[in-house]
Design a protein around this ligand. Sequence first.
Ligand SMILES: Nc1ncnc2c1ncn2[C@@H]1O[C@H](COP(=O)(O)OP(=O)(O)O)[C@@H](O)[C@H]1O
Ligand SMILES: [Mg+2]
Length: 264
Amino acid sequence: MSSPTPSAAPPRDGRGTAPMLVLDDLSWSVGGAVIVDGVSMTVDDGEFLAVIGPNGAGKTSLFNLVSGLTRPTRGRLELAGTDITRLPPHRRARLGLGRTFQTSSVFADLSVGANVGLAVQARSGESRRFWRRAAPVGGPEIGRVLELVRLSHRVDALAGDLAHGDKRKLELALLLAREPRLILLDEPMAGVSAGEIGELVEVIRTVHREQGCTVLMVEHHMEVLLDMADRLAVMHHGALLALADPDTAMADPQVQAAYLGDTL
Ligand SMILES: Nc1ncnc2c1ncn2[C@@H]1O[C@H](COP(=O)(O)OP(=O)(O)O)[C@@H](O)[C@H]1O
Ligand SMILES: [Mg+2]
């Protein structure tokens, strides 16, 4: 067996010695078009990295490569010291990688609490660690996750009845129920009303700080990103144009040219 077992996952407490994520010359072409073009970067354990760039820059495609939805045509990926380049999405998830579920994976006809309960159960079922399997599924864990995303007061509401902002929180809750170490958030504020954004930002901040999750987030709300991100990765035409702290990245003439040259 060359593939790592779940027990190869580093401990959740304390910082690992390996970086959380390494992208090495990661590339993806389809039908002759280069969509992701030789992206190399290292993301530290506990870092909040914002991925920005004009529409069509390849941000979602990059996330698809990291989560395993698509396979790179070239390059390598490492998660906390484990080569995951050839692992399918569910194996990556088991190693601690999570991405927000599509809204369709929320069961609209079930309550918020029942949705989270199913996610907790799924995690318990997939874990091979016996103490996890033996642990009672339900109440306390559902409560903990809902409190984290500030949705406790909606535990009995039907998921389908939630406002956009609360739906996003529920998606985050489903993600957190799996206890990820690294989460990929692709435009979490999309479709969320201006009045709900502030609280969603706070929830994501809590997930990052209190849960110790490493976060990669694509978002168009620049004022939100500049405030939250440790570094910005700027993509343009599939390539990494800049990777630096927010002030330095935004002052980069190449970055400014990319934004002026393309509509956002
Ligand atoms: N499955 C696919 N087949 C062909 N082209 C694709 C596919 N997925 C994405 N693209 C193209 O790749 C480019 C980058 O898309 P995407 O990663 O969604 O960009 P972003 O998320 O930065 O807006 C776009 O030009 C898009 O049309
Ligand atoms: Mg996108």
